[in-house]
Design a protein around this ligand. Structure first.
Ligand SMILES: Cc1cc2nc3c(=O)[nH]c(=O)nc-3n(C[C@H](O)[C@H](O)[C@H](O)COP(=O)(O)OP(=O)(O)OC[C@H]3O[C@@H](n4cnc5c(N)ncnc54)[C@H](O)[C@@H]3O)c2cc1C
Length: 460
């Protein structure tokens, strides 16, 4: 296959959403499994670093090359069947396509229209609906992939891992930090961040699209009323993985906006009342929206009913989602105006530790907004440094918060992964012996250490 070396073409592939600058000498855009295998085998033979790049929405530098070859999955872009799809297909495009046919692929990263299926599997991506449906892992049945030595392989949950592995006590919460303690090859390949193979295609698990979804955007006057409401709706069941059978009104997501986030996007809101925070909740139903029990719950926990927004159809839900999605965009705008990098947390902690973590976020004195997946105790605190001096301060605050999350039994990444930028944070939660075991596994799988060099572990 002919490599592309024109710097003006390569330029577009050298950064991801983290803005970390990279460099590479050659780019390949294969469209078949055989071409992928040929490129990988060639790089292994030469000992040339090879970075898999898809839609580059990673926030951790995972798809940024530090020299060598780039393998873009953009031409592996065919939907092969209702539940089978190539790695380069845009996640949102596949989801819209299945939804037209009455089926739903539940993982819904906010970046669903900016990321690929292969990227979502490689990073075990999550989203708001992870509260009910779990991360991407829960919806992948099998994959076809190319190993770091250029072999074509298939893996499902009955496939043995051909390399020595080291398992560890991953925290039993939403997490995407480090290799999964897997007992089969498929689970090891999910969340491997482009270090153990190139995912060509996947067979996915779908569920029937629910007949209706009720969406509620409600403001709460105090933290105590909001937390009381959270406990009450968690008690409705259906929380992944062990929240029990969902009750008839159980939500599929519980999203949080702190006061500072609401102020940042207030132009998008009909009105911003005096409130501590707001929640966005979605409830699937069989055609008749369960309005009454939800009004009762909102009333009990003193939600500001006059300001509560209810959407019973797709159009109303899309409007509320637009509000949610406006937040990362507003943050990015401030960050680029200030000429600094984004410093945003991706920590999750166990239920019992969450109030303490929330207090730590609230105590941060630098300008910041906090929003995210309350149902999973997983919030994104986005620090908004005004200049380079404040950026250094923001990084120090971030490190202290990472230590706090780990000390509370949490994870340094609940969904965005580790990539190149969060290796030091991963080291806070994973002991050296385990990381050494992972390095040995990678050496066995990839003798010349070509794939995803610098992701998860220090490059050796
Ligand atoms: C605004 C915004 C919102 C986001 N929201 C979320 C969110 O809600 N939830 C969430 O989980 N993440 C979120 N992300 C992070 C990001 O979108 C995900 O990590 C996504 O899965 C990356 O997919 P991608 O196609 O862009 O992959 P890339 O960024 O191109 O690559 C990411 C990693 O996956 C590897 N990779 C990609 N494709 C393959 C393949 N076919 N085979 C092997 N390795 C591969 C790459 O080598 C790299 O290590 C967000 C990002 C942005 C910018």
């Amino acid at each position: 296959m002919q490599a592309i070396t024109d710097p003006s073409i390569l330029e577009a592939y050298l950064r991801d959403a983290s803005n970390l600058p990279g460099h590479a000498e050659r780019l390949f855009r294969p469209s078949t499994a055989e071409e992928v295998a040929e490129i990988v085998a060639l790089c292994q033979q030469e000992g040339t670093p090879l970075t898999v790049t898809a839609r580059r929405s990673s926030t951790t530098g995972a798809s940024v090359p530090m020299g060598g070859v780039l393998l873009s999955t953009e031409k592996l872009n065919r939907i092969l069947g209702i539940d089978e799809v190539e790695g380069g297909v845009l996640l949102g495009e596949y989801q819209s396509w299945t939804e037209e046919k009455g089926w739903m692929f539940p993982p819904d990263p906010t970046s669903r229209n900016e990321c690929s299926i292969g990227g979502a599997i490689a990073c075990n991506a999550s989203g708001a609906r992870t509260y009910r449906y779990g991360p991407s892992r829960a919806w992948v049945e099998s994959i076809r992939f190319v190993t770091p030595t250029g072999e074509l392989k298939e893996a499902d949950r009955s496939t043995a891992i051909p390399w020595p592995t080291t398992n560890w006590a991953e925290p039993p919460i939403k997490t995407a930090a480090g290799y999964f303690p897997a007992n089969n090859l498929l689970d090891l390949m999910i969340g491997q961040e482009g270090t153990l193979g190139v995912i060509l295609s996947a067979r996915l698990r779908l569920r029937p699209l629910p007949p209706g979804v009720l969406t509620i955007f409600a403001y709460f006057p105090t933290e105590a009323t909001m937390m009381g409401f959270l406990d009450a709706i968690r008690a409705l069941g259906g929380r992944y993985p062990d929240g029990g059978e969902p009750g008839p009104y159980a939500p599929r997501c519980i999203e949080y906006f702190d006061r500072r986030s609401l102020e940042l996007i207030q132009a998008r809101l009909p009105e911003l009342p005096q409130a501590h925070a707001a929640l966005l909740i979605e409830i699937e139903h069989d055609g008749e929206a369960p309005l009454e029990p939800w009004f009762d719950l909102l009333t009990t926990y003193e939600a500001l009913l006059d300001h509560t927004i209810i959407a019973e159809d797709e159009r109303g839900r899309a409007k509320l989602h637009a509000i949610r999605h406006a937040l990362p965009a507003a943050v990015n705008e401030i960050i680029s105006r200030n000429g600094v990098q984004k410093v945003g947390t991706d920590f999750a902690v166990p239920d019992a530790a969450f109030p303490e973590m929330l207090r730590a976020y609230d105590a941060v004195e630098m300008a910041a907004v906090c929003f995210g997946h309350l149902g999973n105790n997983h919030l994104h605190l986005n620090l908004l440094p005004k200049n380079l001096a404040e950026l250094a301060e923001a990084k120090a605050i971030y490190m202290e918060l990472a230590k706090k999350a780990v000390s509370l039994g949490g994870t340094v990444s609940a969904e965005h992964g580790i990539g190149k930028l969060k290796r030091t944070h991963l080291a806070l939660m994973v002991p050296p012996l385990v990381r050494e075991g992972w390095a040995a596994m990678r050496k066995a799988a990839d003798p010349n250490g070509i794939l995803g060099r610098g992701n998860l572990l220090d490059p050796s």
